[in-house]
Structure formats: C-alpha cells, structure tokens
Design a binder for this molecule. Structure first.
Ligand code: PEP
Length: 249
C-alpha cells in the first residue's frame, strides 16, 4: 500500500514571517492521519520553517536543487545545503523551471540522482503542454520524461521517488484534468516504470496529480486507483485550504 502524499508548492510566495504565520495557523487546525504532508517553500524560508514545523507531521521540501555538492555555481543550492537545514523532499523539473530556467531531461536526471545520493526524496514533475496534448503526444511525452528522469536510479530507490504528473495547461489556470484522464496518464507513467524496473518496484512509486487541485476537487482525484496524492500550488497558500486538502486526501 502506498501512503498518499499531499505536497504544497508555494513557488515564489511567502516571506519568512508569512511562512511562520502559516504554520502557526496550521497548528491551530486539525491534522489528518494516514496522509504524508509536505510543504515546498522558497529557499529563504526553509530554515525558519524547519524550526516552526518541529512537532508537526509536515515534512519540509525545497523547489529546486543543484546536482553538484559544491563549487562555482553562483546562485545555486546544493543537496548538502538542503540536508543540513532539514529538508526531506525536493521538487525537480517543475514545468516552470523547464520553461523559464532551461531545465532539461538531462539536468532533471542529474538532480534526481544527486538528491537520492544525499537522502533527499525527489518529487519529479512530468507533463505535457496543451499543444502536445492536442497532437495526441501525451503518453509519449510523459514516458520520455519519466524514463529520462529515472535513468541510473536503482529499483530499490524507487520507494523514495515521487512523480508528479502535471499537465502544463492545468497549472495555475483553474482548468484541471478530469480525474479519469489523470488516472489514465498516471497508469501510463507507472507502466513505463514497470517496463524498466519491474512491476513490483513500480508499485512502490507514488505518483501524484497536480494542476489546479483545490479542496473542492481533491476527492475526485483521490478516488482514482493510480493517483497517490497531489502537488498543489495556489490552493496550498493558506493554512485553511491546505488543511482541507489534507483532510480531503
Ligand atoms: C504547481 O505549481 O505544481 C501546481 C500544480 O499549481 P496549481 O495547483 O496552482 O495549478
């Protein structure tokens, strides 16, 4: 059985003070059992959040990582630096990073390998653009991205890997995929993993859906057999909505 995982992606939102206030509000609410919870915050808020989240069931996540341990990479953050703060998860290959910051299948793969080597759990984002969807390329795109991201990973490491299927046209647009369509594509992703690593190992990977998930529609996604949780942007920004998402999972 795979434990569902709800991860908030705050993107470039929240100062340190706002992040800490979010956790205070969260602590006043009730937490749901049986769901793994993650908040992926901007780098600047991570240290303060590591402290604020102590005693809560919420794991800390980052939104990017460099693949080298150290060196002349101005502006980058290494896996060791994230580990030192207490980060446990890291989003890799989000479509905004692929689109605006030249993230490629190759850098995604290097980052996944580096994260796993240093004990960070990657949340690897894959997903098609609207153009690719309309051209009937969804399956080919997610297969290619998944296979590339996991090149060189051991089957035994797959239980630490989370894949987030995020159709690009559904991110931040208010247009979510139907739960049935998302489940179908997620089954294709799991099938690609099974071909490469075997059925048993593929069953250990958690695969989330992401793209305009909110408290009102989370149940429909969670009701699908292949969907193991959600990666949520906009609706993870208030403690009230975050708690409703976790309760809905
Ligand atoms: C995301 O940023 O990963 C995301 C899914 O955003 P939103 O929930 O706002 O569509």
């Amino acid at each position: 059985m795979r434990t569902p995982i709800i991860a908030g992606n705050w993107k470039m939102h929240k100062t340190i003070a706002e992040a800490v206030r979010f956790v205070q509000e969260l602590k006043a609410g009730s937490a749901a059992a049986g769901v793994e919870q993650v908040i992926c915050a901007p780098f600047t808020a991570l240290a303060a959040l590591a402290e604020a989240l102590k005693g809560t069931p919420i794991a800390l996540g980052a939104q990017n990582v460099h693949f080298e341990e150290q060196g002349a990479f101005t502006g980058e953050i290494s896996p060791l630096m994230l580990k030192e703060i207490g980060v446990r998860y890291v989003i890799i290959g989000h479509s905004e990073r692929r689109q605006y910051f030249n993230e490629t299948d190759e850098t995604v793969n290097k980052k996944v390998l580096a994260a796993l080597k240093h004990g960070l759990k990657p949340i690897v984002c894959v997903g098609e653009s609207l153009e690719q969807r309309e051209a009937g390329e969804t399956a080919a795109v997610v297969r290619r991205q998944t296979e590339a991201a996991l090149a060189g990973v051991d089957a035994a490491q797959l239980a630490d890997v989370v894949i987030a299927y995020e159709p690009i046209w559904a991110i931040g647009t208010g247009k979510s995929s139907t739960a049935e369509d998302a489940n179908e594509t997620i089954a294709i992703i799991r099938g690609a993993i099974a071909e490469r690593f075997g059925q048993a190992a593929a069953q250990t990977v958690r695969i989330q859906y992401g793209g305009s998930v909110k408290p009102e529609n989370i149940d429909s996604f969670m009701a699908q057999p292949d969907i193991d949780g959600a990666l949520v942007g906009g609706a993870s920004l208030t403690a009230e909505s975050y708690l409703q998402l976790v309760a809905g999972a």
